[in-house]
Design a protein around this ligand. Structure first.
Ligand SMILES: Cc1ncc(COP(=O)(O)O)c(C=O)c1O
Length: 322
């Protein structure tokens, strides 16, 4: 799969929808995990419900209760990101998966803000589908990614996106002589039937190299390192008057450390001013988002805080507490 969207769309277009099926998505999600579901709903007469997400710093029991009530009324697919792109909130996938199993709902996860930095076991969590691009926490090139499909879900999917490489023994006619060019070989009953044509081999090789490093370091160790980086930056952000969106419990934390600026601060200009100082960060939906990974040294947080203080002080970009 070349990116997250392709993986989500492949699933959304392959499910055997019935008119009136309900799809549960969440307000605030990155659109990659909403648009394909909307398209599938349009095509097959299903309906996308948009539910709220919980406060990224608070308890989520009431929210899980609301999700359970929605599933109890009948939901075919629940689609959520493992980690929210704006806040870094890590979804309680074990609890969601248990609810999905209780109510016969399929669980589809956008993994791109989690995989590579946050421990995530699709089998243990009972996830049905997980789509992921490689250019974020997997630190691979754009153009490579993957889609996980739980084996038990395969048989019910429509193989509408099959291509020439989806057949059993698809390259026989290219490699084993004449008389083998046929169009009636069965489509494979494995998830890789979705790879119907050639893939971006160079990007996949880059992804493979990066995954090798991540596995050698270990995802638990990477997560611990990134949390140590966040532990160090968080109080410095608070001292600068920023409202940090980090959850008190590790199970809801991720690689993203996001903060809300004081009212009136132009985050796009803060981002640009930091970029001019050599600091790469992003400002999705008005948040300041810091994303350290395994190569990020802990002591760079002091330099970052100094640059941020200078930027907030300068040019009316923000106000610092006295
Ligand atoms: C949660 C989430 N999903 C998906 C994407 C991107 O999707 P794609 O890999 O299809 O470009 C992003 C950001 O780029 C994201 O934050």
């Amino acid at each position: 799969m070349p990116n997250t969207t392709s993986g989500v769309a492949a699933v959304a277009l392959a499910i055997d929808w019935q008119a009136g099926d309900q799809i549960l998505c969440f307000d605030g999600e990155f659109p990659a995990n909403v648009t394909p579901w909307q398209q599938a709903a349009r095509r097959w007469g299903a309906h996308v419900q948009m539910a709220p997400l919980p406060d990224p710093r608070g308890p989520c029991e009431d929210w899980l209760g609301d999700v359970a009530a929605r599933l109890a009324r009948g939901v075919r697919v629940l689609a959520i990101s493992a980690v929210q792109f704006q806040s870094g909130w890590r979804a309680p996938l074990a609890e969601l998966s248990a609810l999905c199993q209780r109510y016969g709902t399929q669980l589809a996860v956008d993994g791109v803000q989690a995989v590579g930095c946050v421990p995530l076991d699709v089998t243990a969590l009972g996830i049905d589908y997980l789509a992921c691009g490689s250019h974020k926490w997997l630190m691979g090139p754009e153009g490579a990614g993957f889609l996980y499909i739980r084996r038990e879900r395969l048989a019910a999917l429509h193989q509408t996106q099959a291509g020439w490489l989806s057949h059993e023994d698809p390259v026989a006619f290219l490699l084993r002589g004449g008389g083998l060019l046929r169009y009636d070989r069965p489509i494979r009953q494995r998830a890789d039937w979705l790879e119907g044509g050639n893939v971006a081999a160079a990007a996949c090789a880059g992804l493979g190299a990066s995954v090798g490093i991540l596995l050698e370091l270990g995802i638990d160790a990477i997560f611990a390192h990134v949390q140590a980086w966040h532990d160090r930056l968080e109080p410095q952000l608070r001292d600068l008057g920023l409202e940090v969106l980090r959850h008190p419990e590790a199970r809801h934390r991720s690689g993203i450390l996001a903060a809300l600026p004081s009212p009136g601060v132009d985050v796009a200009r803060v981002q640009q001013a930091l970029a001019d100082l050599g600091v790469a960060m992003s400002s999705p939906d008005g948040r300041l988002r810091f994303s350290a990974h395994w190569p990020s040294p802990l002591d760079e947080t002091e330099l970052l805080a100094r640059h941020l203080a200078a930027v907030l002080r300068s040019d009316g970009l923000g106000t610092l507490p006295s």
